[in-house]
Ligand binder design. Structure first.
Ligand SMILES: [Mg+2]
Length: 103
């Protein structure tokens, strides 16, 4: 059981909702859950491309966030610890790390 702080609290909220609504977090669904994260990012891309209101673009990005938190829960990971560790790592990187073009 993860400590219910920061991102873990959101992950636990998502898990409670997805369990209540009948969306399994069984390991057999991991591939499906990964694919569904892509669908939400694609929906956000399409909404942005079509000039839809930014609230709609944001809603699709929140859908992606919810699906990511659901997957992190299914994988039994500590989302807050991973988030803090990755942010620390990213802060320690140089300006425009590993970027020659774009970004
Ligand atoms: Mg959506």
């Amino acid at each position: 059981m993860v400590e219910p702080i920061g991102l873990n609290q959101k992950m636990l909220d998502v898990r409670a909702m997805t369990d209540a609504k009948g969306f399994s977090a069984d390991s057999a669904r991991i591939w499906e859950m990964l694919a569904l994260i892509h669908t939400e990012v694609s929906e956000a891309t399409d909404a942005y491309k079509k000039g839809e209101p930014m609230e709609h673009v944001g809603e699709e990005l929140i859908d992606a966030t919810i699906r990511i938190l659901h997957l992190l829960s299914a994988l039994d990971l500590d989302a807050e610890a991973l988030f803090q560790a990755k942010m620390k790592k990213n802060w320690e990187r140089p300006y425009k790390y590993n970027t020659v073009r774009g970004g």
